[in-house]
Unconditional design. Structure first.
Length: 420
């Protein structure tokens, strides 16, 4: 990871073409407060203040992909009921260029209703019908996948066991896409991993992996051994196992990596797996290695669990988190928003900020001390503890300085921002 530029991976996610398919869900949130206990039964009374509906399941993976700047193609199924039409509208509002949402008259669109008071989930009520696709729907779906197979090199499948992948659909999709050369990431729910045979990367949580392995997993060694056994049995290249507060484990055939949890505060794990799946696929599409993709996914998970409800992580948030944790200290070019944010945090810490113009940079020579003393105020030179380097709108700047490392780096003007 020493040479990885994860911020560059995030930038490369922009317009990455990714096929996203799976069980789409309506997430319904009812927010309120609790001031009393019901006289009818020993249960709290939720005084409802507001409610909200969001796209969930595979549709939440889609939201995350779009928030990262990707160009996804979405395929799913819904009922012809009111919830199904509402889901279609929500998906359209996300803004993907291509959507293929199949509707079945006999299917009940899954709606998960969560009752929340002061960021604490009290109860979840599900309205759903977990049945396989009808024959006509299945045939249309497989034809759509066959047509898209040669056009998308990266795929993320979100299985919530609502019927989309039942009766051999998962095996057909994965087989078709892998034969076309696609990298397939799967978020599994079922315990029988034969449905995911041939996938490039599976992303189960520890409980799901234990169910698939048929035994309790008490240690890191147990997790890695169980993952490798299933990988060998079903021709799966790698697994990223999420372990809650213990972070994640990336298991490959000959190696494994443990990634510590990055969350500062955990409010709600709802939809965190969707975010992880989206970031994994987007990172791989951007040219990242498995370890780099897992690192970014782990960082994104740490962000999203700090939000309440089904949420997303945007590219700006992910980049900001990386800078906050100094994962990308080698990256010198910051977008303007991030640069302003960092300068503001430096000021709050009582640091003196200097700004170096192009003409000054030419006069600084090889001394960082000289650069520090050449920062400008309106009243003249000042001593500064942090130096930012600016560029004039035209041309390029060479031979500036990075204040945190006291080393000379070549620099150039970019449309993304400037160097700190």
């Amino acid at each position: 990871m020493a040479n990885a530029d994860l911020s560059a991976v995030i930038e490369a996610m922009t317009n990455a073409r990714i096929l996203c398919a799976g069980d789409a869900i309506v997430d319904h949130y009812v927010w309120g407060r609790i001031d009393r206990i019901s006289p009818e039964a020993p249960v709290p009374v939720l005084e409802i203040e507001r409610e909200e509906r969001r796209p969930g399941g595979a549709a939440n993976v889609l939201r995350n992909l779009c928030a990262l700047g990707c160009d996804p193609y979405f395929i799913s199924v819904a009922g012809s009921d009111a919830a199904g039409h509402e889901l279609a509208s929500m998906i359209a509002s996300i803004g993907p260029r291509e959507v293929h949402l199949l509707h079945e008259a006999q299917r009940r669109t899954t709606v998960k209703t969560r009752f929340i008071a002061e960021a604490q989930q009290l109860l979840r009520a599900d309205w759903e019908q977990c049945v396989p696709l009808q024959k006509g729907t299945k045939e249309e779906l497989l034809e759509t996948i066959g047509t898209a197979a040669g056009q998308y090199r990266h795929v993320v499948l979100s299985d919530y066991s609502k019927g989309f992948f039942a009766n051999g659909v998962a095996q057909y999709i994965i087989g078709t896409l892998r034969r076309a050369g696609a990298v397939v990431v799967v978020d599994p729910k079922r315990a029988d991993y034969s449905a995911y045979r041939g996938a490039h990367l599976l992303k189960p949580n520890k409980r799901e992996l234990a169910a698939a392995a048929g035994r309790v997993l008490n240690s890191e060694e147990d997790i890695v051994l169980a993952a490798r056994k299933l990988m060998s049995r079903y021709s799966i290249d790698a697994m990223l196992i999420t372990c809650g507060k213990d972070g994640m484990i990336l298991a490959e055939e000959m190696s494994f990596h443990r990634l510590p949890a990055t969350a500062r505060e955990v409010y709600d794990v709802t939809g965190a797996g969707d975010t992880v799946g989206a970031v994994l696929s987007a990172s791989l599409a951007a040219g990242a290695s498995l370890l780099e993709a897992a690192t970014l996914a782990n960082e994104a998970a740490g962000i999203v669990v700090g939000k309440v409800g089904t949420a997303v992580v945007g590219s700006y948030e992910l980049t900001q988190a990386l800078f906050d944790r100094e994962i990308v200290r080698r990256s010198k070019v910051l977008p303007v928003e991030l640069a302003l944010d960092r300068v503001a945090r430096w000021r709050r810490s009582g640091l003196e900020i200097g700004f170096c113009r192009r003409t000054q940079q030419r006069q600084l020579g090889a001394s960082i001390e000289g650069a520090k003393s050449a920062g400008t105020r309106r009243r003249g030179p000042c001593r500064c503890t942090r130096l930012s380097r600016g560029c004039e709108p035209r041309g390029a700047v060479r031979g500036g300085y990075a204040p945190e490392t006291d080393r000379s780096y070549p620099t150039e003007r970019t449309s993304q921002g400037f160097r700190l």
